[in-house]
Design a protein around this ligand. Structure first.
Ligand SMILES: Nc1ncnc2c1ncn2[C@@H]1O[C@H](COP(=O)(O)OP(=O)(O)OP(=O)(O)O)[C@@H](O)[C@H]1O
Length: 748
């Protein structure tokens, strides 16, 4: 005990010796641990001064848990960890969770439409189900209606005689021979029966009148009466175990998510960390939010037993679906925000494979901005998932028919809709999936022959050189304060002639290149491009079918930051694309079944990793005809912006891209009608040092030769009061030169 008292520092926030002295001899206290005199202790506690109040509160805890005062009731769930006073007010405010005023399904147009659609679908299903069986129902009605008529008449007479009411009492009196009681009971029956005969008489009269009126009225009255009466009579006449209509069986179309179902499913996973705690206390699995409708399905947010991570359940999605007796693509467990033990289990009304995906929002209108996100796909709940291109490298992998070419093409289409973006790429399958987008591409190759592979390799080499050129340009703009963080900004990307416009480089079926003689070098260079390009506006998009280390060097897979894994055959392929341990953590694209044109199956479904938590996403479906329509819009936007590539010159400029006239206009000294060449050269070098550094007046004169409108002549100036004349150009001529050049440019 000594070590417990004397050795403890008061600095721990608790003055042990003070309280141990007050409580008496420590040995004694230990020996009588359960027999603390609560009254005396309370008195002592009350004597503690104000200054020591906090410490005294701590001591109170010790008293509250002795044997006499232990509360035998069930422990309260979810109590506060800290006293509310200890938590700053603003955090408490944030933590307050109010129940939404409107039910989940009425809170968004999407959820409301889904709920209405679901209700209408159900109603339509029920109506169609019964309509098909109408002849059978009519037959049953015709059989049971006469029985019902006889049975109904009998029941009415029986009711009117009021025999049933006290029959057993009368019988008992008769058995005993108690005439007086029997007579009293029977008199009571007669009284009851009297008014019932009246009621029955009135009903009979009403029925007769009705029948007479029916004979006098139009024919359809009689049909209507028969149609209304017969089912009622048949209902009375049918045996109790033979309903007239068949039961509309929902079978396993949809199972409403209940807490019990979720608990049963989770315990069926046979995870000791779940089953152990649940066996002791069913509340070990709890539901912080009520199970509610969410889009076209129900969402259960589940707090798993302490120590169980939601990812462990996500990894057992197949077992979970089996426990719920639902198809796999109807059960979507996910990690919920809050803490790692919180699971969001969403169960769709129907399997994702039969749900209709909305069309791509950019299909019919709109432009994209590669610096901003654009719609890429939908979740199983049909929520849109957005992707980005800038600062991204995408790796898209999957087996044949999984939908990777479509997904890659969608990214290229999005890039095409931003007129600033230069697009270059190769499809090494050779079928021309991207041919319709070729008009907006500066470079496009298609095939798996050696020439195409050589061109693709040369393109990769050029890409690396381009990255190097871009890094010099970035350094220059960083010096001018225009590239904070040494990255391409939207402003720099839009600055014509900066050479820093977004460059999308895509290669589909890259395994063809990697397994060729160019493979080793191509892999090494691409790794460098991935590392360098991110900040330089170079966006690499790669599609591959065989993601093993020969077909896709690990240097590439390690460095890409966005991964989209469509249907793959095994864990190795899964983890090659999504990263190590992805499969173990429950991100398994092996669950998707690849499709083809005739049976799409899970084509387009994949796991997207790179934007927040990984999750299942189906890329928007844009077929080739739609792609062509999008390209027409892209062409229009590019013609307007003057960024349409010239199909005749699919070259890879190693010289930095620049536009001399545009650059001169950009650096032109404010308000000056004419300027000397040497002044302009200095300004040009400042704008783009990698191009113009070292230029002299004569070089500018030569460079302007192809533009006859811009005449170089003498320009006079007064320097320190002295008239000086040097070679220079006029602003008006420059503007005329630009107009002339634009006029001659091909319009695509
Ligand atoms: N997002 C999608 N939604 C619906 N169907 C899709 C989607 N993506 C692709 N598909 C269908 O799947 C088929 C195969 O797609 P795609 O050609 O992109 O597959 P792939 O993985 O590139 O196959 P391969 O390696 O054989 O070229 C397409 O013909 C298309 O009908």
């Amino acid at each position: 005990m000594t070590s417990n008292s004397a050795d403890r520092e008061p600095s721990e926030g608790f003055d042990w010796s003070k309280y141990e002295t007050e409580l008496g001899d420590p040995e004694e206290v230990a020996g009588t641990a359960n027999v603390v005199d609560l009254g005396a202790a309370r008195d002592r506690r009350n004597r503690v001064g104000d200054d020591d109040q906090a410490d005294a509160d701590d001591v109170q805890d010790d008293f509250d848990v002795d044997a006499e005062s232990v509360d035998g009731g069930p422990a309260a769930l979810g109590g506060l960890v800290d006293q509310a006073d200890d938590i700053p007010a603003e955090i408490l405010d944030r933590q307050q969770q109010r129940q939404p005023i409107l039910a989940e399904w009425a809170r968004s147009g999407r959820a409301f439409r889904a709920a209405v659609r679901h209700a209408l679908k159900d109603a339509g299903y029920v109506a169609a189900y019964h309509a098909v069986r109408t002849p059978k129902y009519v037959g049953k009605v015709l059989i049971w209606a006469p029985v019902g008529l006889v049975r109904g008449l009998g029941r009415s007479l029986h009711w009117a005689s009021a025999e049933e009411g006290n029959w057993e009492l009368r019988q008992a009196a008769a058995n005993k021979g108690d005439a007086e009681v029997w007579l009293k009971l029977d008199a009571r029956r007669q009284r009851q029966s009297r008014w019932r005969w009246w009621v029955l008489g009135a009903a009979a009269a009403a029925t007769t009148t009705g029948a007479v009126m029916l004979t006098l009225g139009p024919t359809w009255w009689r049909y209507a009466a028969v149609a209304a009466t017969l089912p009622v009579l048949a209902r009375i006449g049918r045996p109790a175990d033979k309903p007239l209509t068949d039961r509309v069986s929902h079978g396993n179309r949809y199972r409403k998510l209940t807490a019990e179902l979720v608990r049963r499913a989770l315990t069926s996973l046979q995870m000791p960390a779940i089953n152990g705690p649940v066996a002791k206390d069913p509340n070990a699995i709890s539901f912080p939010v009520e199970i509610h409708r969410d889009g076209p399905g129900h969402l259960a947010v589940v707090d798993l037993p302490y120590g169980v991570e939601a990812t462990e359940v996500v990894a057992r999605r197949g077992k979970l679906a089996s426990a719920m007796r639902l198809p796999l693509d109807q059960v979507w467990p996910d990690v919920a925000p809050g803490h790692t033990g919180r699971l969001a289990l969403w169960v769709g009304y129907e399997p994702a494979s039969v749900m209709k995906q909305p069309t791509w929002p950019l299909l019919n209108a709109g432009q994209a901005d590669v610096f901003k996100s654009f719609p890429f796909g939908t979740t199983p709940r049909l929520d849109a998932v957005h992707g980005t291109l800038t600062s991204r490298n995408w790796l898209i992998g999957g087996q044949p028919g999984s939908g990777k070419t479509f997904a890659l093409r969608l990214l290229v289409l999005a890039a095409a809709l931003d007129p600033r973006t230069e697009i270059r790429g190769y499809e090494l399958k050779g079928v021309g999936d991207f041919a319709r987008i070729a008009p907006v591409m500066t470079e496009y190759g298609n095939g798996f022959d050696d020439d195409t592979l050589a061109a693709c390799f040369a393109f990769i080499e050029w890409l690396y050189e381009e990255c190097r050129r871009r890094s010099q340009r970035i350094a220059h703009y960083a010096k001018l304060g225009k590239a904070p963080e040494n990255k391409v900004t939207p402003e720099l990307a839009s600055l014509k002639g900066s050479g820093l416009h977004p460059l999308v480089a895509w290669i589909d079926e890259i395994q063809e290149l990697m397994t060729s003689k160019y493979g080793k070098d191509a892999g090494e260079i691409l790794e460098k491009v991935i590392k360098l390009g991110r900040a330089l506006g170079v966006i690499l998009l790669i599609g591959t079918q065989i993601p093993d280390k020969d077909s896709l060097p690990t240097g590439i897979t390690r460095n890409v930051n966005t991964r989209y894994c469509l249907s793959v055959a095994d864990q190795t392929a899964n983890d090659m694309i999504l990263g190590t341990s992805a499969y173990k953590n429950g991100y398994r694209a092996t669950v998707f079944v690849p499709g083809d044109d005739n049976s799409p199956n899970d084509a387009g479904w994949g796991i997207l990793r790179g934007f927040g938590a990984p999750g299942s996403v189906k890329s928007y479906y844009v077929n080739t005809t739609d792609a062509e329509r999008i390209v027409q819009r892209a062409i229009a936007a590019r013609v307007k912006a003057g960024t349409m590539p010239n199909p005749e010159e699919q070259t890879r400029d190693t010289a930095p891209v620049h536009d001399l006239l545009g650059d001169l206009a950009r650096v032109w000294p404010d308000g000056e009608k004419a300027a000397w060449n040497e002044t302009l050269c200095a300004l040009l070098a400042e704008l783009r040092p990698d191009v113009y550094t070292g230029w002299e007046a004569a070089q500018l004169t030569t460079a302007l030769k192809p533009h006859p409108a811009v005449k170089v002549g003498d320009v006079g100036r007064r320097i320190d009061g002295k008239a000086t004349t040097r070679r220079g150009i006029k602003h008006a001529d420059l503007l005329a030169g630009i107009t002339e050049r634009d006029r001659k440019r091909p319009t695509g």
